[in-house]
Design a protein around this ligand. Structure first.
Ligand SMILES: C[S@@+](CC[C@H](N)C(=O)[O-])C[C@H]1O[C@@H](n2cnc3c(N)ncnc32)[C@H](O)[C@@H]1O
Length: 454
């Protein structure tokens, strides 16, 4: 098995005596922890500085180096097709495209999809893009005085709190000018402006939270937008001409039910939402509200939250679920023992929530997460070629201190769906930043790579 090769190499490098552990089920194997260099594969740290990847600082994104590593490890070259069912801002697709490898991705969040689409379209005539950028920015600079008359009455409060009125008017003026452009330029400059918002804001809009009351130094919207747009153009120019048109297909859709044909892909590499109460719709509120895509909590629930895999209690309307019977028939059929264990944990969480002030619906979140992930894994199995690998970067979790070994549970579900085996390797420990929080559990958490073989 490929991953064993990786372990041997690691043992030589680090002189570790740790051994691969075979689980009770001989189809499962637990590999020794990854090397220090690989420990950040599940984070966006590497991608923050890398051309194209850096356009939008997506905290849920993973490292482009992880994609490079996997492509090399499994010998994926042009002629093969790679699939990322939870494409996010297209880290997998951007790496594949820059190597001439065809790739497909699915993303359910409309704003994240838009960013990913622009990041994966490189077929510009640079002379046109350069002159358009120069003209647009010149006109904005010379006519910015007109921004003073923009009425802010309809602008959502959250957006108003993130900027001074003067700066917000400038940003809205830029937005209006971009609206006048033709595609693909309109989408390109819209993404440039959207990606500039958090850099310009005077509110501490650092991920994952927006804290409008905490102020930082605000930056001039026109300058930040110009800098972002020019950086994006420079990044595009670093791409060798032969890869600018490499095929890359992104679908705004649902990884649980795709329309790809059976056995289409040679390798799947992805990172799904973690079971950690991270609300993707909330975290991108500034961007979606600014662009007029949504303007209220109810609006983003309908347009974003309700379309995503269950991974946050804010997605739950308790009345819609029966926590005592939450595990789907589908999951019960595929893995009956596991389904019973999971229902046991759900019951424990149903009792525990009554003893906590916030009464969070972690019980439903956990049950429904695995129902959703069973559908996503089943679809993934269907679209992969026999013998190919499906690789998942994941975190475990411990809502109200109840430990949920996500990677192992998904490995077991995968076996029930027909995957031949799975391997788990720890990338890093996580959750340390909450150490001082007395309200929080102290269960050690980690991020891992789960490798499935069809
Ligand atoms: C951990 S992030 C993936 C980040 C990606 N690896 C990157 O580098 O940008 C998980 C993504 O899954 C998306 N998602 C959630 N539910 C989905 C669904 N049902 N189908 C497809 N994508 C979904 C979320 O919007 C989020 O962008």
């Amino acid at each position: 098995m490929k991953s064993t090769k990786m372990v041997k190499r690691k043992s030589k490098n680090t002189k570790t005596t740790k051994r691969t552990r075979v689980a009770k089920d001989s189809r499962a194997v637990y590999l020794p922890p990854a090397t220090q260099a690989q420990s950040q594969y599940g984070t966006f740290a590497d991608s923050k500085q890398a051309p194209i990847h850096r356009w939008f600082q997506y905290p849920a994104g993973f490292s482009y180096r992880a994609v490079e590593y996997v492509l090399e490890e499994y010998g994926v070259a042009p002629g093969k097709i790679v699939y990322d069912p939870f494409a996010g801002t297209a880290t997998t697709l951007v790496v594949c495209k820059s190597r001439g490898i065809e790739s497909y991705g699915v993303e359910a969040h409309p704003f994240v999809f838009e960013v990913a689409s622009v990041k994966t379209f490189w077929d510009y005539t640079f002379a046109d893009l350069d002159s358009l950028a120069a003209k647009l920015i010149f006109e904005i600079q010379t006519e910015i005085g007109k921004a003073e008359s923009i009425d802010l009455a309809q602008t959502p409060e959250l957006v108003r709190k993130c900027f001074s009125d003067e700066n917000l008017r400038k940003l809205l003026f830029i937005r209006a000018r971009i609206q006048e452009l033709e595609e693909p330029y309109r989408a390109f400059f819209t993404v440039a402006l959207t990606c500039a918002l958090r850099q310009a804001s005077g509110a501490a809009t650092g991920w994952p939270y927006i804290a409008p009351k905490k102020r930082i130094r605000e930056k001039d919207g026109v300058q930040v937008f110009s800098k972002q747009a020019y950086q994006m153009i420079r990044d595009l120019k670093t791409i060798p001409a032969q890869f600018r048109q490499s095929p890359c297909h992104l679908v705004l859709g649902d990884a649980r039910h795709t329309e790809f044909e059976d056995e289409k892909f040679d390798l799947s590499f992805t990172s799904p939402p973690y079971l950690n109460n991270y609300d993707y719709a909330d975290r991108t509120r500034l961007e979606t509200y600014f662009n007029g895509f949504a303007s209220t909590w109810g609006d983003i629930t309908e347009k974003v939250r309700s379309r995503l895999i269950m991974s946050a209690t804010t997605q739950i309307n308790r009345g819609d679920f029966d926590s005592a019977n939450i595990i789907s028939d589908n999951l019960r059929e595929i893995a009956p023992d596991l389904a019973a264990d999971l229902q046991g944990n759900v019951d424990k969480l149903s009792r525990l929530r009554l003893t906590h002030g916030g009464k969070k619906s972690y019980d439903i979140m956990v049950g429904q997460y695995f129902n959703d992930m069973t559908l996503a894994l089943a679809d993934n199995y269907r679209v992969l070629k026999p013998g190919s690998k499906s690789i998942w970067i994941l975190g475990d979790s411990a809502p109200y201190g109840v430990y949920i070994p996500t990677e192992e549970i998904l490995g077991r579900i995968a076996l029930g769906l027909g995957f031949r085996n799975y391997a788990i390797q720890q990338l890093r420990k996580r959750g340390d930043k909450w150490k001082g929080n007395t309200q929080r559990h102290h269960v050690a958490l980690k991020e891992s790579i789960l490798t499935l073989t069809k």
